[in-house]
Write a protein that binds this ligand. Sequence first.
Ligand code: FES
Length: 334
Amino acid sequence: MSLSTMNGFESKVDADTMHLTVSEVVSLTCNTKLLRLRSTDGRILPRHEAGAHIEVKVTLPDGRQAWNAYSLIGNPADRSVFEIAIKREETGRGGSRYLHDAVSEGGILEARRPVNGFSLDASATSHLLIAGGIGITPIYSLSSQLSRLKIRHRVIYCVRDMEDAPLLERLKQSAFAEVECHADNGQMQRYYDFENLLRDPVDAQRIYVCGPEPFIRAISRICERQQWNRGTVRSENFGGIRGAPNPKLTVHFAKRNKTIVVEQPETIVDAMVRNGLDPLYGCKRGECGICAVSVMSGAPLHRDMFLSEEEKKSQKYMCTCVSWSASEEITLDM
Ligand code: FES
């Protein structure tokens, strides 16, 4: 969960799509369902790795169609079935309600092929996995893969209520996963003590985080304060760009004397590629900083893990692969 392409309205860019039959619907908790999806023609499904997601076409209450992203939580070695878990979001746009209410066994869904922006880093010597709420889905996928590889790891799973912790029992079945589930009942004073957990930086450790954007941002800030190496945290956010008042952004490139319009869910980097501007980029997840540029005017909404809090506050730089702008126009020094 690039992350900012998640949960976007129908893209203008054609992508390979698949038609999948819902072969089974399983209730995980009172508001989370697991769907098993198989190809409609019996063919094997596209290859994917742990941490990957697919986008599924949903119909919103106003009749518009959109693509919602869901992590693939089954074993990638089983090419006969995709498994996704969907939490019913009462206050969302309606895509999850559509999948809960209008889709049943035997139904056909349209989906895009798997992509992975949240893969395991095999070079790390230890792995800490942190999930907030339904952010457990890619974390579960990574944990399962580590277990299959017989690699010991730790999982911190934060939920509001213990009764609403999908996949917890499955996680606990692994002998390689040390699982801690923490319920805060929505009370701030009961939030998990990440400050304490992350007080000792370990160079080779990888931290994988998935959950709501404020949850990811809080953990990222702690890592920065505790002087973890940049790039230690990998994250996946399914919430889209929060606080972005404008779905369209006009981007001026001062040195190139060029202007383009970017419309969510497309990112600035992707729009630059589309317009032949040949941008520099690496991870496209806001981690490596290769896409960072100087901002000459505008109000960046930062969503990356690379820039320091000080750099973000200065509003002089932004990572164009994930960040947006609160202003309708922004001018970049490039
Ligand atoms: S490409 Fe890595 S931070 Fe943007």
